[in-house]
Design a protein around this ligand. Structure first.
Ligand code: G6P
Ligand code: ZN
Length: 578
């Protein structure tokens, strides 16, 4: 039957049989390799594991086995974050794709394609799916990490029913179908044909920028960017957004070339850890707290889906960022001119967005941690903007979080708020915008404590203990200074498909809206990471400028007491505070 389809297709594209036989497919015996379990962010391992014999080919073959007949004759996208091994991996993936009847692969020039750009490419070109070679914000290089994930037809990360199937095939695989193809030159845009199989190397900015142009008012942004009293510094952290930042901020929007820092993607990200937060984007943070601070500072991660936004001497928490964007979207961003369909945040993200939803009368959703939970809401037209505390912000223009989108959203808000400020007048700053937001909605003081590398058994015991506390607690009970409203282990029923996700984090919600949340990270690689999220709320404007750590001191003490964290883990302080 597959043969019949192949023949039909060859007639449709009027390729001759000779061209169909433009390459040979070899059947190569292989053996299952343990541990190729794909999470929703794909398969992530040390690079050396991936470069060892058949490791990558086995997984790709298993992917095509899982997709089966459905993928035959289809076109897929391929690209990555610029890390070490991506270019070699492309050649292997092309051979397995051709060997399994894929008709065409659209590859980003130099093997580049940011995660949100792949989502845009899939959607705009109606591709069957796309492969992204990235380990996100993990360091890259021969001794660091590599990773790959598959996104499906709406541009969203493959659902569990597919990733489970892939894993199943990795456990039983015995054969690779490898097409014998010469290496494709990835440095030049253009099409290479191998009989019925086609490889198109494309400019990785085209579809992505076309999508961004539909969302934002580029001429207005350009006018603002070129104001002499405005300045931007974007730190690409030597990762994939380096390939986009210059054409976008300088080329399209007229920014100064020195607005871009660390703007050349490097295979090892310059030896850095491409995660945009106060710890790893250290140079940018230093600049933003110096006298030379620009009006807007921003950074993005390895594959361009995360973002951090800063003003002069001011850090916008991701939880506040999504709330401010949602509150200003209709006025400042053309794509949202008819209002928002709804908004969503992950459970541990602060309640700042809830207050915006309430005031604007928007549908609101609280989902478990993980971008995949937003996809169904977006496909059902229930959510326009969403965000997570883990430096992820985005909208329904694609099905991934989008770092550059977040920067353009802030740029749009700044441009909008300053439209009546004459040159030389006092610009409305990032800090002014957030302070003004707090005046309208109140401030959610927020912090996250991470305890990394805890022994799994100890972490699990602490969670069990917390389950016990939940079970014996009751409404009105006092926890330190706080009066309990509810306590539970968060569970989510998807309003679209009815699927249920249980055990998504232990939370104590107090009567004044303060919250204590404990969760085990789902993305760690060694042992367990305990995340403690703490939040309190105030609408007392005299307190808005207080330091979050000071304000949260007492509730953090309560959280540590209730959880007996130190007793269970032996840790007297977190490894990271954000
Ligand atoms: C990835 C996912 C996010 C998630 C984050 C933190 O970046 O794409 O959706 O919020 O990991 O996950 P963790 O389980 O480590 O807290
Ligand atoms: Zn990422």
């Amino acid at each position: 039957q597959a043969g019949a389809r192949q023949r039909t297709r060859s007639i449709q594209v009027s390729a001759s049989v000779a061209q169909m036989e433009g390459f040979t497919v070899k059947s190569v015996p292989t053996k299952p390799i343990e541990g190729q379990k794909t999470g929703t962010s794909g398969l992530r391992k040390k690079t050396k594991v991936f470069t060892s014999e058949n490791y990558l080919a086995n997984w790709i073959q298993s992917l095509f086995n899982a997709l089966g007949e459905e993928a035959v004759g289809k076109t897929i996208g391929l690209g990555g974050d610029g890390r070490y091994f991506n270019k070699e991996a492309v050649q292997t993936i092309l051979r397995v794709a051709a060997g399994n009847g894929i008709a065409k692969v659209v590859v980003g020039k130099d093997a580049i394609m940011a995660t949100p750009a792949m989502s845009a490419l899939i959607r705009r070109r109606s591709l069957y799916g796309g492969l992204i070679m990235s380990a996100s914000h993990n360091p890259g290089g021969p001794d660091e990490d590599w990773g790959i994930k598959f996104n499906y037809s709406a541009g969203e990360p493959a659902p569990e029913k597919i990733t489970d199937k892939i894993f199943g095939f990795t456990e039983s695989i015995l054969e690779l179908k490898l097409a014998e193809l010469a290496d494709v030159d990835l440095s030049k845009v253009g099409t290479t044909r191998f009989g019925s199989f086609e490889v198109e190397v494309v400019d990785y900015t085209t579809e992505y920028f076309d999508t961004l142009k539909e969302v934002f008012d580029f001429p207005a942004l350009r006018a603002f960017m070129t104001r002499p009293d405005f300045s931007l510094v974007f730190d690409a952290m030597h990762a994939v957004t380096g390939a986009y930042a210059n054409p976008l901020f300088v080329g399209e929007l007229g920014g100064k070339p020195d607005s871009i820092r660390n703007g050349v993607p490097l295979e090892d990200f310059g030896g850095g850890h491409p995660d945009p937060n106060l710890t790893y984007a250290h140079d940018l943070v230093e600049l933003m707290w110096s006298d030379a601070a620009p009006v807007l500072g921003a950074a993005s991660d390895g594959d361009g889906d995360r973002n951090m936004v800063l003003g002069s001497h001011f850090f916008v928490t991701p939880s506040d960022s999504v709330a401010v964007i949602a509150a200003n979207a209709q006025a400042a961003i053309p794509y949202f001119k008819d209002g928002l369909k709804g908004v969503a945040r992950s459970m541990p993200t602060s309640g700042a967005l809830d207050r915006v939803a309430q005031k604007l009368g928007l549908q609101f959703f609280e989902t478990p941690t993980g971008w995949k939970f937003f996809g169904n809401l977006m496909d059902a037209d229930k959510c326009s903007i969403c965000g997570e505390e883990s430096f992820g912000t985005g909208a329904d223009h694609v099905r991934e979080k989008d770092g550059m989108w977040a920067v353009l959203a802030w740029l749009s808000i700044l441009a909008h708020k300053n439209k009546d400020v004459p040159e030389g007048g006092k610009l409305v700053s990032v800090k002014d915008i957030v302070m003004d937001h707090w005046k309208q909605f109140g401030r959610n003081f927020y912090s996250r404590y991470d305890y990394e590398g805890v022994e799994s058994e100890q972490a699990n015991k602490m969670v069990q203990h917390l389950e016990g506390v939940i079970a014996s607690s009751s409404k009105g009970q006092k926890f330190g200074d706080y009066v309990l409203e509810t306590a539970d282990n968060f569970s989510y029923t998807d309003p679209i498909d009815g699927s249920v996700a249980k055990g998504q984090g232990v939370r104590f919600v107090f009567q004044d809206g303060s919250r204590i949340i404990f969760r085990l990270s789902g993305t760690g690689s060694a042992g367990a990471t305990i995340r403690l999220y703490i939040e309190t709320y105030t609408d007392d404007a005299s307190k808005f400028e207080l330091d979050a750590q000071e304000v949260l001191k007492s509730i953090i003490g309560t959280a540590l007491e209730v959880s007996k964290l130190q007793e269970f883990t032996g840790r007297d302080k977190p490894t990271v505070i954000t």
